[in-house]
Design a protein around this ligand. Sequence first.
Ligand SMILES: Cc1cc2nc3c(=O)[nH]c(=O)nc-3n(C[C@H](O)[C@H](O)[C@H](O)COP(=O)(O)O)c2cc1C
Length: 209
Amino acid sequence: MINDFTKAMDFRHACKVFDTEKMISDEQMHYILEAGRKSPSSFGMEGWKFLVITNEALKSKLRPHCWNQVQITSCSHLVIILTAIENVKPSSGVPQKRFARRPLTEEQIASYIDLYTKHLHQTLSTDENIYHWTSKQTYIALANMMTAAAYIGVDSCPIEGFEKEKVEETLALDTTKWQVSVIVPFGYRLNAQSTQLRLPFEEVVEFIV
Ligand SMILES: Cc1cc2nc3c(=O)[nH]c(=O)nc-3n(C[C@H](O)[C@H](O)[C@H](O)COP(=O)(O)O)c2cc1C
């Protein structure tokens, strides 16, 4: 079965150099970011924030901390995906607010908080553990944004090749609240797409009937 979604999956590749002459429109960028915002998250916490950087001076400051990768400065829009630390702690009051959006009684909200706190006891015990939990979820938003971009002919490149502390310092982040999870530049390819290298279907998929 081939449809527009399949075509987007084939169009997307890790773009290594963007055309500095081509900018993504506000409308397109909004479309891409909405795909991130609408992504699912554990317990509906939405423990993420998307910093959208178009400031050339800031991009240049960040590039040396991102393995000097050319995507950082050649892209049209550089998105830094932040992951929540403080906001997922019950003591912040935010999880309570997230649950309160649902049509629940006070009693039901209290029992959700109880379940959340107990289930995530280990996860919420240190900021490092929280980072691992929330950061994993940001990759769902990352994937959705990249596929949404490809759907409208916009290129991207997921970037984990960066020095986390230096990027956080450059962005003057309060890391008790937000930490950098992953980076994704968006723009238009300068060079032809590389060949998609993938393992065969049979090697990756196992059916248990
Ligand atoms: C989590 C993650 C981190 C990545 N980090 C980088 C990176 O720092 N720089 C880069 O050029 N590509 C990066 N890539 C791209 C991968 O190398 C690429 O997706 C993979 O080789 C498959 O190629 P394709 O995406 O072009 O099909 C990353 C991909 C993922 C999923």
